[in-house]
Structures are given as C-alpha cells and as structure tokens.
Design a protein around this ligand. Structure first.
Ligand code: 3AM
Length: 639
C-alpha cells in the first residue's frame, strides 16, 4: 500500500497501526500539503456491502463533529476495493499505550484526561451521535497532553457478527456496558459507562472486569460488582471513587444521565477531591445497606462513646474558660486602678521638662502613615510599620495601632502600626478556548467571582470561552467579578439558494460559496457518462436555508457515444420544387431504437446538394428517412 495515492491526493507514506477493523497509514495530502491519517477498511469487510454502506454513512455523520477533543474527519472515499477515511493526523500515542507505559496514572491526571473525553462525548451526544466503543485504544494523546477521541459512530457499523469475526475487536469487551454485553439497547449512557471503566483503569492501573474469554468478561459486566477503586489504592480520593462507581452502575437509570452531569462532577472533584457531592440514585437499593444493619449495634455504641468523649472535652473546655475569664477580669481591674492611681500621683509630682517631651497617644486609625510618622518622629518616637492587604481601605492608611489611645509615649518609646497596602490584587490568567466549567473553577481558585455570558462565535464550539473581561494579564481586586464569555457556536443565519441549473460543477461551487453554502452530494453517484452541466438541484433555487448547509446537484447524463456519418442529399429533379423546400429527416439509431427528428426546416433550394450529419452508434447503424415537402424522398441505413 505504501507509495499508493488515493483519491488523487492522499499519498500513503507509512503504516502506523492496525485496529480490528482497519489499518491506519500516515499520508500526505498533496492538495493541501499537510499530513493526514488514512484509515483503510480491512479487505475482509469490503465484500460485506451492508457493512461498507453503514461504515460510510457513519463516517460521514461523524465528519460533522467539530471539537478540540475529537479527531476531525476530513474525507471519506473509495477507490476500486479500497474504502478509506481521511482524518486529522495526531502525533502522539493512544491512551492504552500511555497507561501500559505508566502502569497507573495520578488521580488528577486521570480526571483531566477523562474531562476531555467526556466533553468530546457531550458534544457528540448533542449532535445525536453515540460512540458505542469508547476505550483507551480509541483515544489519542498529543504531546501537549490533549486527548482526542477517534472512531466516532463507526462502531455502529460493526454488527455483532463482525465483532466475533475479528479477534482484536474483542478487546472492546473490557469496556462494554452490561447492555452492550447483553446485546441490549445501547444509548448515550453506554458511552458514559465505558468512560467510567477507562477512568477506573487510569486511576488503579487495573480493569474492573477481566477474564479468560470475552464471554466471561461480558458476564462479569452483567453480574459482578466491581471492586471499589479506593479498596485497590487508598490514595484515590473519595470523590473520584464515587464518580467512577456511579458511571459504572449496572442499571442505566442509576448512572449519570448525561455527559454534562458527569462532566460537572469531574470538574468539581478537581477542587474538592474528597467531597461527598456525587448523588447516588436510590440509595435504599444499595447492597451495602444490609451490611450496615448487621453492625448497627456496634455503630451506635461507637457513636455513644464519641458523644461522651465530646461532652467531656466540652466540659473541660468550659472549666478552662472560666479560669481565663477570671484572670482577664482581675488583670483589667488591677490595670485600671494602677492607671488611675498613677495619673493621680503623676499629675502632682510630674516635672515640667518631662511634660514637654511626652506625647499622648491619639487614635491614628484612618490617618495617613506618612503624616503620623512625621509627627511622631519629630517627638522622637520610633515608628514600626507592618503592611496588610485590605479591600476597603486605601494603601498607606493606618488600620491599627498597638498602643491604646490616651496612653503616653516617652521620647524614645515605640509604637507599631498596621498599614493598609490596598486591596489584594490578582493577575488574570488566559482562559480562552477552555471549557466554561473549567474556566469558572479556575477563576474561583484565583479568588475572583465568575459570571458567564453567552455570545455567538464563528470558530469556537459551544461551551468554550471566547474571551474574558478583564483580559489575561490585567490586575484586578481580589473578590471582584470576572465575565467569562461562553461560545454559543456560530450564529445560524439564513441565505437564499442560488440557481445552479446550466452551471458547471466549478461554477456551482463558486455560486454556493458566494451564498455561504456548501456543495452537497453529486448525483448520479456512479455514472461514467456525465456532462459537467447541472440539470437540477436540491433544495430548489430561491429557497431560504441555513448558511453552511449543503446543496445537492444532479448532473446531466451524457447522450450515448455516437460517430457522425455524412451523407450528401441531391435533388433528382430540381425544377419540381419551389425556391424553399421543407426538409424533414427522421433517424432511428439501432441502440435505442427510438425515432427522433434530426431536422425539420425550410431550406433554400440553392443549398442543395445538402450535407446531412447522421449520428451512428459505436457498433450499430441508424435508419434514415427523408421527406421533401411532406412526401417521402428517400430512406437508407447508415453507414
Ligand atoms: O497501534 P498503535 O497504538 O501504535 O495511534 C494509533 C494506533 O497506534 C494510530 O493507529 C493505531 C491504531 O489505531 N492512529 C489512529 N488514528 C490516528 C490518527 N488520526 C493514529 N495516529 C495518528 N493520527
């Protein structure tokens, strides 16, 4: 295969891998001069027409997905017996290889990867595409740590018969939901189950259900309870454990009901790893409850002890408090008396000199440190300062002082002030193109308050941040609001369909681009005898449709190939005719056996002998009848 060019533009460079269903090549698109990955369906599937058809349809619908965590599909095609999908080329490894390499990932890294997979799943589900084969082999990790899910919707093409046919696809059974293992109804929740298993594998390095045969594994998905990740590794936070256990519930109704729900919990667990926020449906049904009932006596005893202990603690705490209060009150009373006594004695005995130098301490709070420092310094007092951030008080204003108002300070005395350094400032970070929930929690972590506003964006999918206010790098007061602009996706505008009839394909493409539309399917699909001329279109010209929608075109089918045979027609007796003669020529080609008028015109007598161009089928003949002024003149068979 290497060296072969598909679709006139994809030059296969090297084989990079092979899954159960297809072989993947690195290729170069010579038209756009970029690397792509080309996935070629294995020959054993090619003869299954139904399979090939579904493969194409699914690949085409998956091609409509555009998301940073989904491998983009560029093209789907076939040539002779080669069916292929052209995809974005990812320079990286599969998540399976990554797990095998590292054995076990940290909970944080695992959740960060799972968040990306889940937002890809969320986007696909919004577009009514269920993956059905989420597994670490189908997730590619770029060097920058970006996870990209591949093979969206393609699993639907793989019927159960093909799964048993190809040994390596059996690998998927480790990630199959119980309903898939049972061959039951699969839906969005099945993808979330598989993601749960993948997350389990990432954090523990183990698969929850394993066995000798695919059937044994499938049975375990259906019947066996998984061991909790926390029991395998106690360092796994409770929140992560709970998310996994909810995602892999046997009963579809007890699982996460949407990717969005699971995504919300995963975002939350990043900042509250040990939180108990994962809502478990129908707790009463949980098998652990009976276990609790058995040991209820023990539990209540323990509780009793605990309560007693706490009461004791409280009591002793109470005793200590009384002692402290008594000590403090006595100290205040003693202090007060000493002060009164001292002032009294002092007023009588103070020397004049001393009065001049001592200063009475005022309330300095709310004043500028510069002014106060100057004043106190001139009285010889040493001023110490400590800075503290304060959201409400301007920089340089005194917040507190360590010597109380009314006390006196001697010339070499000390006073310490706490001075405001203004509000705590936070530097805004770059959040563009990030998921809005992730961006929100980052803003909260910075000590700011996020507010979400929605807006249309031509390039970013719904849910990603388009811009922020304040912008990256700006300094803002801690606790202030940050507006996160969340993309609603491109604004859908409508446009009028241009009339494509009579145009060539190229002209149509240009007219469609001008009207912000795209070229849809070209019919008839497989005919060889096509003229580059459009005969009809769908939707019709002048209809109003969404911008970006496809318009299908129907090309004219070529008339059958003909050779031209010239015959000269001379009048036997010219005088018999007037100046103008009505000439009618009927031809019947042998391949269609349909009689058509080749000519039916008034012709000047002077143009005789008249040359007739008779179309003759490649390997056949054409019967010709000539009428002059309404009566048969001659009939012959050409050539
Ligand atoms: O067989 P390994 O794990 O080395 O990385 C994918 C995997 O490699 C690679 O093809 C193999 C079978 O899936 N692969 C799949 N899609 C790819 C893509 N879009 C890809 N490599 C690059 N870009």
């Amino acid at each position: 295969m290497e060296g072969k060019t598909l679709g006139n533009r994809y030059e296969l460079l090297e084989k990079i891998g092979g899954g159960g269903m297809a072989i993947v090549y690195k290729a170069k698109c010579t038209l756009l001069n970029r690397f792509v990955a080309v996935k070629i369906l294995r020959p054993e599937f090619v003869n299954d027409e139904e399979f090939v058809k579904r493969f194409r349809i699914e690949a085409q619908s998956a091609a409509s997905l555009s998301h940073p965590n989904i491998v983009s599909i560029y093209d789907v095609g076939h040539e002779e017996n080669i069916h292929y999908i052209v995809m974005e080329f990812i320079d990286g490894v599969t998540l399976k290889d990554y797990i095998n390499q590292k054995k076990q990932l940290s909970w944080k890294e695992s959740v960060k990867i799972a968040v990306q997979i889940c937002s890809a799943i969320e986007h696909a589900h919004r577009n009514h595409i269920v993956h059905r084969d989420i597994k670490p082999h189908n997730i590619l990790l770029t060097e920058q740590g970006i996870a990209k899910v591949t093979d969206f919707g393609i699993a639907r093409a793989v019927s159960s018969s093909t799964i048993t046919m190809v040994g390596s696809t059996i690998g998927s059974v480790h990630y199959f939901s119980p309903e898939q293992a049972r061959g039951g109804y699969t839906d969005e929740k099945s993808d979330l189950y598989s993601l749960g298993i993948a997350l389990y594998e990432m954090v523990t390095g183990k698969l929850p259900f394993d066995g000798e045969t695919p059937v044994a594994i499938a049975l375990k998905h259906i019947q066996q309870e998984a061991q909790q990740p926390l029991e395998i590794d106690e360092n796994i936070p409770k929140g992560v454990n709970d998310i996994i256990m909810k995602a892999i519930k046997k009963d579809q109704n007890k699982r996460y009901q949407s990717a969005t729900e699971m995504l919300n919990d995963m975002h939350r667990v990043l900042s509250e790893p040990d939180g108990s926020f994962v809502i478990q449906e129908n707790q009463e049904d949980m098998p652990t409850r009976r276990v609790k009932a058995i040991s209820s006596e023990d539990l209540s005893k323990k509780d009793e002890y605990k309560i007693k202990d706490e009461e004791k603690k409280k009591e002793s705490k109470g005793d200590r408090l009384t002692v402290w209060l008594a000590v403090a009150t006595s100290a205040i009373i003693i202090g007060l008396f000493t002060y009164i006594g001292y002032s009294f004695v002092y007023n009588f005995v103070k020397p004049d000199e001393a009065t001049k130098k001592e200063i009475k301490v005022e309330d300095y709070t709310g004043k500028s440190i510069d002014t106060v420092r100057e004043k106190l310094a001139s009285a010889g007092i040493k001023v110490k300062e400590r800075e503290k951030t304060n959201d409400k008080v301007e920089k340089g204003i005194i917040l507190d002082q360590n010597v109380a108002v009314g006390n006196t300070l001697k010339p070499d005395g000390n006073i310490e002030f706490i001075v405001s350094s203004g509000p705590k400032m936070v530097k805004m970070i770059d959040l563009k193109k990030q998921d809005y929930r992730q961006a929100s929690s980052k803003v909260t972590e910075l000590g700011l308050v996020p507010r979400i506003e929605e807006e249309f964006n031509e390039t970013l999918v719904a849910g990603l941040i388009t811009r922020t206010s304040p912008e990256e790098g700006e300094e803002v007061k801690s606790g202030s609001e940050v507006v996160l602009y969340k993309s609603k996706g491109p604004e859908i505008k409508t446009t009028k369909v241009p009339d494509l009839k009579g145009k060539t394909r190229m002209e149509a493409q240009k007219a469609l681009a001008d009207a912000k539309l795209t070229l849809g399917k070209v019919f008839p699909e497989d005919s060889k005898n096509l003229t580059d001329k459009i005969v009809s279109q769908k939707p019709e010209a002048q209809s109003e449709i969404n911008e970006g929608s496809p318009v299908d075109i129907y090309l004219e089918t070529n008339t059958l190939a003909r050779k031209i045979y010239s015959v000269s027609l001379a009048l036997n007796n010219p005088d018999q005719y007037k100046d103008k003669i009505r000439v009618k020529v009927e031809v019947t080609p042998s391949d269609t056996n349909k009689t058509e008028n080749l000519k039916d015109d008034e012709i000047e007598k002077s143009r005789f002998p008249l040359t007739l161009a008779i179309p003759v089928p490649e390997n056949g003949t054409t019967s010709v009848v000539v009428y002059l002024d309404g009566s048969e003149f001659t009939r012959f068979v050409a050539p």
